[in-house]
Design a protein. Sequence first.
Length: 232
Amino acid sequence: MSHHHAPPASESPAKPLRRDAQRNRDAIVAAARTAFSEQGLGASLEGVARDAGVAIGTLYRHFPTRLALVETLFNAKYTELLVAAEEAAAMDDAWEGFCRYLEKLCQLQACDRAFNDLVSARLPLHVAGRKMYDRTKELCGQIMRNAQEQSVLRGDVTAQDIAFVIWSQAGIIRATRTIAPQAWRRHLHLMLDAFRTEGAHELPEPPLTSEQVDQTLTTLECNEEDCREQRP
């Protein structure tokens, strides 16, 4: 399941920032949004500071870690995904709800390289972020149960199988971004057809366990340079 974050403490300072400090923070966020969208989670923080017109020390005063900046940037998208999951879980047509949720998830992956990186690999979560992740995971399970109870989603599909959608889409989006930016939709709908009950055949391998998914995610984590920058 994808990895969702809520606003870190750095988004709610104890007292309002001075006007110049707020201006610097806003400039950093704007520069980071552009850089991360184009370059992914590994975008240079020195480059972000330079584009924002501030010193790297100023960036770190506002965002002590790369993760703090990432969570600030993507809280709105995490919230959007959570809302989509809530709406999908409440739909009378369970198949439409299942498809709509996965389409929204993949759409958010496709429109932003850093968000694509983020949902296809594991990063540390703040306490509030863990709550949002757990809620979205719970809703995804409900969406699947609804579809299986209506006999439209094959009964042998597990929540862990949704990881295959995320991982495969991440690679397709990276490979086709500048050539055929909507190619991910074709692949998603091919996969959705495979999830349908009608025409289902016995699968040759069992589903991954939650532990196996976690072990796989560790191979998709950020590279060593990114991890160094995420530490306080």
